[in-house]
Design a protein around this ligand. Structure first.
Ligand code: GAR
Length: 210
């Protein structure tokens, strides 16, 4: 039986997508108290714990306690699902190769925060989301899956965010399932899925040529 620990900081809609997909989430940790994602986990009977980063003197202390708490659940995989803390190198090394993150942009474009606003400001026509293995370089690990959405004229940050979020909820459970099935292989910086999925033949173009 596989075991997944999920880290959140807020709403928990990506956590919800994992739970709805029937994936084996054994514990949820949040660095913030009273967030919606904690209630969601509890309503699915999943144990939760708040480890509030503000109670710690520095990142090392927080990450050390968090890592020990995670290890108590002996997870095969740790998923950052809207976990809005930068993790130390020691933490990342401890879970290397079994730590996935969902990020709301098509990496390597727009690492960091406010990705939807920055995409609108940059005038890109295609935006999206990425699931990647976490490495010490922020938002730069080997990419497992990406989904693209069009940026439409008249888009606001929240309209675009909602369009991207719907895709996050598709690619995160898929990537987690592939990991648990042992189908992901990292070579250099590229992740290969075996056996490969059926070839999609139509490229996504936006705007479409007339
Ligand atoms: C998601 O859009 C996720 O991609 C993003 O936070 C949101 C959390 O929503 N993560 C990051 O920005 C990490 N750098 P959720 O709590 O409803 O899943």
């Amino acid at each position: 039986m596989n075991r997944i620990v999920v880290l959140i900081s807020g709403r928990g809609s990506n956590l919800g997508a994992l739970l709805d997909a029937g994936l084996p989430v054994v514990a949820v940790f949040s660095n913030r108290p009273n967030v919606a994602g904690l209630e969601l986990a509890q309503s699915h009977g999943v144990p939760t714990r708040v480890i509030d980063h503000r109670a710690f003197d520095g990142r090392e202390a927080f990450d050390g306690v968090l890592a020990d708490a995670i290890d108590a659940y002996t997870p095969d995989l740790v998923v950052l699902a809207g976990f809005l803390r930068v993790l130390t190198g020691a933490f990342v090394q401890r879970f290397a190769g079994r730590l996935l993150n969902i990020h709301p942009s098509l990496l390597p474009a727009f690492p960091g925060l406010n990705t939807h606003r920055r995409a609108l400001e940059a005038g890109v026509k295609i935006h999206g989301c990425t699931v990647h293995f976490v490495t010490e370089a922020l938002d730069h690990g080997p990419i497992v899956a990406q989904a693209a959405v069009p940026v439409l004229s008249g888009d606001t940050e929240s309209l675009l965010a909602a369009r991207v979020l719907a895709e996050e909820h598709r690619i995160l459970p898929a990537a987690v399932r592939w990991f648990l099935e042992g189908r992901l292989r990292i070579e250099q910086d590229a992740v290969h899925l075996t056996p490969p999925p059926p070839l999609e033949t139509s490229p996504l173009l936006n705007p479409m040529p007339a």
